[in-house]
Structure formats: C-alpha cells, structure tokens
Design a protein around this ligand. Sequence first.
Ligand SMILES: *[C@@H]1O[C@H](CO)[C@@H](O)[C@H](O)[C@H]1NC(C)=O
Ligand SMILES: *[C@@H]1O[C@H](CO)[C@@H](O)[C@H](O)[C@H]1NC(C)=O
Ligand SMILES: *[C@@H]1O[C@H](CO)[C@@H](O)[C@H](O)[C@H]1NC(C)=O
Length: 751
Amino acid sequence: MEGPQIITRIFLLLLLFMLPLGPAWHAAAQRCPQTCVCDNSRRHVICRHQNLTEVPNNIPELTQRLDLQGNMLKVIPPAAFQDLPHLTHLNLQHCQVELVAEGAFRGLGRLLLLNLAANRLSTLPQEALDGLRSLRRLELERNTLEELRPGTFGALGSLATLNLAHNALVYLPAMAFQGLLRTRWLQLSHNALSVLAPEALAGLPALRRLSLQHNELQALPGAALSQARSLARLELGHNPLTYTGEEDGLTLAGLRELALDHGALQALGPRAFAHCPRLHTLDLRGNQLSTLPPLQGPGQLRRLRLQGNPLWCACHARPLLEWLVRARVRSDGACRGPRRLRGEALDALRPSDLRCPGDPAGDEDEELPPGPRAPPRRPEHEETTGGTPCPPTCVCGGETRHSACDGRGLQAVPRAFPNDTVLLDLRRNHFPSVPRAAFPGLRHLVSLHLQHCGIAELEPGALAGLDSLVYLYLSDNQLSGLSAAALEGAPQLGYLYLEHNRFLRVPGPALRALPSLFSLHLQDNAVDRLAPGDLSGARALRCLYLSGNHISQVSPGALGAARELEKLYLDRNQLREVPTSALEGLPALKELQLSGNPLRALQDGAFQPVGRSLQQLFLNNSGLEQISPGAFSGLGTGLRNLHLQKNQLQSLPAPLWLSGLELLDLSGNPFHCGCQLLPLHRWLTGLNLRVGATCATPPSVRGQKVKVATAIFEACPGWTAGKAKRTPTSRVSAGRSTTHRRHGGTDKVGP
Ligand SMILES: *[C@@H]1O[C@H](CO)[C@@H](O)[C@H](O)[C@H]1NC(C)=O
Ligand SMILES: *[C@@H]1O[C@H](CO)[C@@H](O)[C@H](O)[C@H]1NC(C)=O
Ligand SMILES: *[C@@H]1O[C@H](CO)[C@@H](O)[C@H](O)[C@H]1NC(C)=O
C-alpha cells in the first residue's frame, strides 16, 4: 500500500470506531505521545527506538498493545503502567533495563505477554513480577541473570511459557519455579548451569517440555529432573556429560523424547533409562560412543539417533544389533570401523557381519577401535570411596569421575587424582609452564580444562599417558607456539581449543601427533598466513576455526592435507581475495566463512574448487563493490545459504543460477535501481525468499525494496506487461510463487 492510502484507511477505520464509542474514546484517541505512533483502531501504540528514558505518560488509557522496544528505560519503577489497565501485550526488549522494581507491573492484571528480552537484568527482586495474574508468556532471554530467588515467579499462576535462555545462570536453587502451576515449557538453554538443587524443579505440575541444552552439566541431574513428573520432552544436548546410568536416577513416567546429543558420552549404562517406560525417541548424536548396550526398560523406544558417534562394528556390537532388530528400534548410526565396514549403516548390518579378529568366521581385520575401551568400560560400582586419592583443595567426585580444582590460585599442576578420572577441571589457576608428564596415571581422562591459566609453554611430553583424552581446552592463555612434541601422548585427541592465545602461526609440527584431530579452534590469535605444512598432520580434521586473526595470505596447498575438512572459518581476517587455489583438494567443504575480510571484488570461478560440496557461504561485511558474472560458477543446486549483506553492492549479476537457495541475504547494500537492475528485479520477484535488497538510489525510490520498486522498472525497455500484471500481488503476499526452484535446475554455469 502507498503511504497516503494507509493513512486514509486508518482514518476511515478510526471514524467508524469512534462513532459508537462516543466522547470517552474520542477524548482518549486525541492523546498520543509525540514520539509514538498510535493505531487507535487496534488499540496499539508503538514507540520503538526513540531513546525514551521513561514510559510516556499520555498513552491512551484503552491501549492493549504497547511496544517500547529499543529505548533506554534502564529502570522500570513501581507501578510504571498503572494507568494502562487494559494492556495485553507489553514489549520492553532492548531497553537497557537493569532493574525491575518491586511491583513494577502492578495493575496489569490482563497482561498476556511480557517481553523483557535482551536487557541487562542480572537479578529480579522477589516481587518484581507481582500482579501479572493472567500472564501467559514471559520472555527473559538474553539478559545476564545469574541467580533466581525462590518465589520470583510465585504470582504467575497462568504462565504457560517461561523463557530464560541465554542468561548466566549457574545454579538453580530449590523451589526456583514455585507457583508456576500451568507452565508447560521452561526454556533454560544457553546458560552455565552445572548444578540443579534436587528440589529445583519441584512445583511445576504441568511442565511438558524442559530445554537445558548448551549448559555445563557434567552429570545427569536425575533426581532434580525426576521432580518434573509430567515431562514429555527433555532437551539436554550440548552438555559435557560423559556417562549416564541407572544410578543417576532419571525417573520420568511420561517422557517421550530425550535429547542427549553433542555431549561427551563415552558410555551408557544398560539401565540408564529403565525408569522412563514411555520413551519413544532417544537422540545420542555427536557423542563419543563406540558402542552401547541393549537398553532395558524403555519398551516403547522406536527411534535411536546415533549419527556422529565413532561406532565400532565388531563382535561386541552384536547384542546391540540384535536388540535393535528385536525391539524394532530404528537407528541411524554408521560404523566408524573396522575398515571393512566403515561408513556402513548399522541398521543395514546383520549380526553375522560383526566379527572380531580370531573369530571362527575368519576375519583378518586386526584393527582396534579408536575409543579408549573396546567395548567401553562401564563404570562399575567400584570402591571409589575409602582410599581414593584427591589433591588438597580439589574436589574429586566418586561416581561421576570428575575432579575439579578450578579457580584455587594454584601455581603448579596438582597431582594424584583418582586414576579413573574422566574429566579434570583446572581452569583459572596460574601455570606459566605445564611440565613433562604433568598428568600421570590418568589414562581414562577424556576432557581436560586448562582455560585461563596463564600458560605460555607446554613442555614436550606434557600430555604423556593421556591415552583417552578427546577434549583439550587451552583457550585464553599466553601460548605463542607449540613445539613438535608438545601434544604427544594423546593420540585420541579430537577437539583442541586454542582460541584467545598469541599464536603467530598454526602449530603445524605439533598437530602431527594428533591423527584423530577433528576440530581445531584458533580464533582470535595473531596468525598472519597459512603455508604448506601447517596442516600436514591433520588428516582427520573436519572443522577449522581461524576467525579473528590477521591472515592476509593462504598459500596454495596450505589446506590440502585436510581432505575431509567440512567447515572453514576465515572471517575477520585481512584477505584481499578469495583464496581459490587453496580450496583445491577440499572435496567435502560445506561451510566457508569469509565475512569481515577486505575482499572488495569477487573474481570469476572464485569458488569453483568447492562448487560441488559447498552449502553455506558467508561474504557479508566484506566491502564487496562488485561481483563478476561468473563469480559463483561451479556452485550449483547444493548452495543453500548465501550471505552478501552489508557490502557496497550497487548491482548484482542475475540470475545467479543458484536454484537451491533457502537463504539469500542482500540487505545493507546500496542498490542502484535503474534499468540495469531489471534482471535482478525479475529474478528476485520469482524467488520465494525474503532477501532484503533495498534501493539506495535514485532518490525517488530510496528505501524501497528492489522487488517492489516497479515504477522504475516498468519504464525500462524489455519490461513485459505480463510480468507487470503479476508483480503487485506478489509484493503483498511476499511472493507465494514456487517457480524459483525450477530455473537453472541443472548445474548450468553463469549466464
Ligand atoms: C537516539 O540517540 C542516538 C545517539 O545519541 C542518535 O543517533 C539517534 O538519532 C537518536 N534517535 C532518536 C529517534 O532520537
Ligand atoms: C588405580 O589405582 C589403584 C591403586 O590406588 C589400583 O589398584 C588400580 O588397579 C588402578 N586402576 C587402574 C584402572 O589403573
Ligand atoms: C556475517 O553474517 C553472519 C550471519 O548473519 C553473522 O553471524 C556474522 O557475524 C557476520 N560476520 C561479520 C564479519 O559481520
């Protein structure tokens, strides 16, 4: 709709609306704070991004929806909205709010949705949320809440959804959610929770879904979780859990879906879910399981997700396979080994395919599984009590097999941890140098945390004897290099975290000791180039993160040894061109991050070497002024996401012959909407995507979407009436057409 038309419509609606209501509403309709837009027909007041420091005081009393996002309120004082008793929706996100006073929302007995996301709240006074008796949804995500006091939510008896994701919670006290009698979904993901009090989830009788992914849980808090008796769905992915078994005590009679994906699970007890009889879907993707026992108890299990585990398909896995068939459980894992079965779907094998060296079946394959144990040793209830050692000032957990001395001001790496420790946390101490064989006797150690320890040197052999180590965290230290023997002794190491150090080069020689290295994090160092040999040992590498360095040069062959590389992050560096020849020999590359480099232009065939595999390409914020017509040649239907936002593009060759795009971001470019852009306009009109391309010039269409700036394009030679008829509908419906998947459906290259 054009501007004047909208105004006329609103005006007419207003007239209609005011007539039957008489003078009261008429008077109210007169009021509208200067900085706001009042749509009185819908009782909707919008005062976004106005730098307001307090709630405007002449908002119409009958307002139902008030949108104040993007202001600078800082404090919500007591009874701040008492003159607006009809409010149902209140949006206060991005308002720099640091304090919500007690009784701030008093009088809002009809409020249904309160959005306080993306503020600066680190705490909530106990009575801050009083009076919100009808509230159905409370958004508190992206604040800095560190603790919750019991009783904070006591007045929210109607609340259905509580979102506390992306805060800084480390602990949930008992009765933290008391009073939430109708809450069905509690969102706690992306916090730093490591401990839940046993009664933390008491008082949530209606809870169906609990999201705890991306926290710091090192053991399953079974007792606490079992308090949420009506849970149907429990999300615990991306937590550093290494083991779970019956002793964790998870008892949830109605649980249907359980996600434990992307953790550090090494083993699973056969009765881990014995008390979850209705479990239907179990997600264990991306763990370190080389096998698992037949699970006893969850008789309704139908789906077991195992992708991304190093499954070892030898004779020990026979009981697993037999159980999957017998119990009719569908599973999607694939074998990591032995070589003969590598890549085979577990589901497709018969028990007789699973053999061990020395079997009567006569198999010459003598490889051993990569994991620390084959099959993984189940933590028995061994005598971890009694005489187990533990260094002074440290805490060594018996059954969880975690030992911790984080932040104790230690000046040297302590010794004599229990020899079955799987996780050792030494963060935030001070060890300028880690000596040779610093962790004796820890051959079961899987995860070692040494972040923020002022480490400047790892002596040769420092990791000697760490046969099972998979995760090594050395981020936020003072390392500027690693000698060739620094990482010897940890042959299973898969994940190496070196971000926020002082590396000037990729420590190539040291990486040769790591044949299993899967993911290497070197973000925010001072690496200035990549040269041949830097990755020559890293043959198993899948993910390489080099964001935020000073890289201006990637030599041909620098990445060539890492043939399985899937993700390459080179964003926020100093590259002046796409390192095309260095991409040769990376047949599996799926994601390439080049944003935030001073690229300026894209040459023809820039991505040709990875054209068949690439799915996501980031070129945003790269000063691009020009893209040559053949820049994306070789990229066919596989490319799904293309980020070109925040560049200096005035034009773009079109169509791009990328028919598989699901996301194309062209926002923040100064497009010049003249006839030369007609092909792009046409292509975008047929593309069923929101791309955000906006005209910057000529002034007559400044700010209009390229898709809808029809006035300009109608005057161009080559404009056809047929298209002209269809365009106005598509701009209203945001384009329902599905034709975009058809053109360029072949791997045709360039126009
Ligand atoms: C808000 O303040 C910023 C910074 O002072 C200023 O750039 C912006 O124009 C202001 N916005 C409004 C709507 O006054
Ligand atoms: C751990 O140490 C104890 C002695 O403290 C020893 O008896 C036991 O065999 C060791 N276990 C392993 C797995 O090395
Ligand atoms: C590029 O865009 C992605 C996705 O929006 C974003 O996460 C990333 O930070 C951007 N990079 C730069 C350097 O702006």
